[in-house]
Design a protein around this ligand. Structure first.
Ligand SMILES: Nc1nc2c(c(=O)[nH]1)N[C@H]1C(S)=C(S)[C@@H](COP(=O)(O)OP(=O)(O)OC[C@H]3O[C@@H](n4cnc5c(=O)[nH]c(N)nc54)[C@H](O)[C@@H]3O)O[C@H]1N2
Ligand SMILES: Nc1nc2c(c(=O)[nH]1)N[C@H]1C(S)=C(S)[C@@H](COP(=O)(O)OP(=O)(O)OC[C@H]3O[C@@H](n4cnc5c(=O)[nH]c(N)nc54)[C@H](O)[C@@H]3O)O[C@H]1N2
Ligand SMILES: [Mo]
Length: 800
């Protein structure tokens, strides 16, 4: 693609200033992002340099990428090619997203200068300002906030755009250190990823024990609930590939239970059992019913390792008929949880439920796993605990080829410690409630809102730092309501957003600060625990190019603010970013002698460790439960949770919510039995999509084009509404309306529709034409964890 005009501009500008060239070329329709024009035209004789970097977004896998530059400009990006296709020596090849890193760096949406809001909050009008002005003004606003409201008014939002990094962290990084040393900030707990399942498993197992996916090689039957490794752990070093290899090697029978025919089912699975969303606990109750009636339970396991399955293992003070067995047999509520009962709720034929109960209890070992789709519902804690209960009913725990029902984890974590952030404030909110804490923080308590570290908050949130996140709006819920809260400048008085691209979230910022990407600075990236199976590695990003435009690493931003706040020495301890990396790494080496020297790490860039022995969850507990008790109140697996029984008495819940110590099926807000279904008859949810990581990579048009934002509507529902593939349709409920393109398909269970989550919200005449599922999702948190039940949405769909 030879274009003489572009070539002329490139030639002139290159000689002047490369940074200007990039800015200009972005203006000329993304010239700089065009590999053909770059490769053909750049100075030809300078050598090509190769540096390691990594893809730091939060799919978890954290793939290494090789960045090939010429004369300070990225020419192309390639990926790991050491090793082979075998399980133990597999290559950590990046997916299309990691490989597109260059287009993240050179992007028309890239922020290259500090920006200051000029229009109304949320309007999205900004002017460029100097760094000096940005630092001076932000520091003075910080002083003002501290004086007027105290340190409890500062908040760093939940954000995941740079997870796995050490200095450039989006959560506990330089911002947390700066604020900690400045007197502290309001903490958060939970995550948007796993709030419900993490809390549920704490009550159940006293943690989230799970086997390495590699142990699937020994299974004879595997049942996956709402799990989609092939799409949600796509990178070659991660669990998606390990899942496929393990299945190949084991040849075991695979069943996926999911409302949607997801990418892990295609080509890898013997059977797809479609299930109505939010009903897994009903299915499990019916499986238990059959297993009780046909004497298929592993009673030895239940009696020895668990409490509360049957009446004889309940805690002494538990009421009569409060065991799981009593619930299943209808002794507590008069309803027997028969396959017919469950069939009406789950839409799975009763005979398939009976057959599944027989299969799961007779084929050994059976590997039971759930992804995080089940728990991201308004009744998510119950679904998650019910699936773990199934694993106990068959006793396939603590053995090779079995699993706990929890999402698979890693065998050994090669962790590197982060910067010390000694926050003197202990008050903490569930991360999903940050918008509540903006307008009613001082009302929020431990028993009504799950506040921790204190009984009641002292202050509303007045100052937000949002680093590498789009949860201010796009990834949060009820976007119109969020708009009302964030646009009101009298509520949260200052919002500072730190990103590499313009996003829907930073429309609400008062200041936008341009960060350097992982290709433009030195830092570590290590895969998050649980994401790489038995083949750990660590990446040292070697800084392939200078930061584009005026962008700079967060560490430098925080250092400038620290100077203005009078805490420079405390903040830096005399170290540069590279000094910190060396210091933190060498501290971590003291705990892990297998780590190579800092020098070697920095020179090599990518260090892979020998495969480790795959973990079998709860192996030692099952061998010797007396000497290896779990961290639950009873030391055993708590099908009846003692802590939840206490919370049931003391917590103040929203109308329609309940806390039950055993994992009963319940239809909470917008669940399958909600009366609101008369008005909005279809269940709707967003799934995690291969074309993006949440909202990240949406800005890369090439990826967007090959991963269209379709709305899947079942063939039967579509026919009733006269909808055909390709039609523009509207999905609506009381919270909002989204518009998008229909894909009519039997790949989604009837009565349900779905679209990938993370598309960028865009309102036109009150309708979100960006098709962001969070325009429709509720801000009401779940009963127990106060988490984001964002997959529970009721809607009606019509042609636009
Ligand atoms: N309806 C619905 N909503 C959901 C979910 C769902 O399933 N359904 N999932 C939830 C889950 S599990 C999560 S984890 C959240 C995720 O929500 P977020 O944590 O907000 O994740 P992203 O949308 O990927 O946003 C990451 C941001 O980091 C920025 N970024 C990337 N690299 C850099 C960098 O080097 N420096 C800086 N400063 N910024 C960078 C990207 O541009 C992007 O704006 O969404 C939640 N929201
Ligand atoms: N490509 C890509 N990978 C990602 C991400 C991404 O955005 N894109 N995000 C990353 C992050 S931060 C996270 S937290 C994880 C998220 O990983 P998950 O939470 O596991 O992903 P989801 O797509 O929300 O849900 C997984 C599956 O659950 C199904 N499901 C939904 N509701 C139900 C239900 O009620 N019952 C059953 N049985 N199944 C149900 C969905 O159809 C889907 O196939 O993925 C990570 N990986
Ligand atoms: Mo997540």
């Amino acid at each position: 693609m030879y274009n003489p005009v572009f070539k002329f501009f490139q030639g002139v500008l290159l000689q002047q200033n490369r940074r200007n060239f990039l800015k200009w070329s972005a203006l000329f329709g993304g010239l700089a992002t065009n590999p053909i024009s770059l490769s053909a035209n750049l100075l030809k004789d300078t050598p090509i340099l190769t540096k390691w970097a990594g893809c730091n977004v939060n799919c978890g896998t954290k793939c290494p990428v090789k960045v090939h530059t010429q004369d300070g400009v990225i020419k192309y990006v390639s990926t790991d090619d050491e090793g082979d296709d075998s399980f133990d020596k597999r290559q950590a090849r990046a997916c299309i997203r990691g490989r597109s890193s260059k287009y993240k760096v050179y992007n028309a949406n890239r922020i290259t200068r500090p920006l200051k809001r000029v229009g109304k909050r949320g309007e999205g009008k900004f002017i460029p300002i100097s760094w000096e002005q940005a630092f001076d003004e932000i520091a003075s606003k910080m002083k003002e906030t501290k004086e007027k409201y105290g340190n409890e008014a500062f908040f760093i939002t939940y954000a995941t755009g740079t997870t796995g990094t050490i200095v450039n962290r989006c959560t506990k990084g330089p911002w947390a250190r700066l604020l900690s040393l400045y007197g502290g900030y309001l903490n958060y707990h939970n995550s948007y990823s796993t709030a419900q399942i993490s809390n549920a498993m704490n009550f159940f197992y006293g943690g989230s024990p799970s086997s390495d996916i590699a142990t699937l090689r020994s299974a004879k039957l595997a049942i996956f609930f709402g799990t989609n490794h092939v799409e949600t752990r796509m990178g070659g070093g991660g669990i998606g590939y390990a899942y496929q290899k393990a299945l190949e090697e084991s040849g075991c029978k695979i069943i996926h239970i999911d409302p949607r025919y997801n990418d892990s089912i295609i080509g890898h699975c013997d059977e797809w059992i479609p299930i109505a969303p939010g009903t897994d606990a009903a299915l499990i109750a019916a499986l238990a019913y059959v297993m009780i009636k046909e004497n298929l339970l592993d009673r030895n396991f239940l009696d020895k390792y668990t409490i509360g399955f049957s009446e004889n293992t309940l805690p002494e003070d538990a009421p009569k008929n409060s065991s799981y067995e009593s619930y299943v047999l209808g002794l507590s509520d008069g309803v027997e949880k028969t396959p017919d009962w469950a069939s009406k709720i789950t839409k799975i034929p009763a005979r398939r439920i009976i057959q599944l109960a027989r299969e799961v209890s007779t084929i050994e070992p059976c590997f039971i796993e759930q992804g995080w789709g089940v728990q991201r519902h308004s009744n998510g804690e119950q679904g998650a605990r019910a699936i773990a209960t199934l694993a106990c009913m068959i006793g396939s725990i603590g053995i090779e080829g079995g699993n706990t029902g929890v999402r698979t984890g890693s065998s050994k974590t090669y962790d590197i410690m982060g910067m010390p952030c000694p926050n003197p404030i202990k008050d903490s909110i569930p991360c999903f409630l940050f918008t509540d804490a903006i307008y009613r923080g001082k009302e929020m308590t431990d028993v009504s809102d799950g506040v921790r570290g204190t009984t009641q908050l002292k202050q509303n949130i007045k100052f937000i730092f949002n680093t590498a996140g789009n949860c201010l709006t796009n990834q949060h819920s009820t976007i119109k309501e969020v708009d009302r809260i964030l646009s009101d400048e009298s509520l949260c008085e200052c919002i500072v957003d730190i990103n590499v691209t313009r996003t829907p979230s930073n429309n609400y910022a008062d200041y936008i600060l341009p960060d350097a990407t992982m290709l433009e600075q030195e830092d570590f990236i290590r895969p998050s625990a649980g994401y790489y199976s038995n083949r750990p590695y660590i990446i040292y990003c070697q800084k392939a190019i200078e930061p584009v435009g005026e962008s700079k690493p967060i560490y430098e931003m925080c250092l400038e603010l620290a100077k203005r706040l009078g805490i420079e020495n405390e903040f830096s301890e005399g170290r540069t970013q590279k000094d910190w990396l060396k210091y933190l790494y060498e501290e971590s080496m003291k705990k892990n002698p297998l780590l190579p020297s800092f020098k070697e790490m920095r020179e090599k860039g990518l260090v892979k460790f020998d495969p480790v022995k795959p973990t079998i969850a709860l192996e030692s507990f099952v061998k010797d439960p007396i000497n290896n008790p779990l961290k639950t109140p009873s030391g055993k697996i708590e099908i009846y949770s003692i802590k939840l029984a206490q919370m049931q008495k003391t917590w103040k819940l929203k109308q329609g919510q309940q806390i039950v110590p055993i994992p009963v099926f319940e239809s909470q807000r917008e669940g399958p039995l909600d009366p609101l279904k008369e008005k909005y008859p279809l269940q709707f949810f967003g799934y995690h999509y291969k074309g993006r990581t949440h909202s990240s990579f949406w800005e890369i048009s090439a990826i967007r084009e090959i991963n269209p934002q379709e709305i899947w509507v079942n063939t039967i529902d579509a026919k009733q509404r006269n909808i055909k593939t390709g039609d523009v349709i509207r999905v609506k409920n009381d919270l909002g309306v989204i518009q998008g393109i229909a894909k009519v398909t039997p790949k989604i269970i009837p009565g349900c529709a779905t679209t990938p989550q993370g598309a960028w919200v865009k309102y036109e005449n009150g309708i979100d034409i960006g098709t962001c599922v969070n325009s429709l999702a509720s801000l009401l948190p779940t009963a127990i964890s106060k988490g984001n039940g964002q997959h529970s949405i009721l809607v009606e769909i019509e042609k636009a």
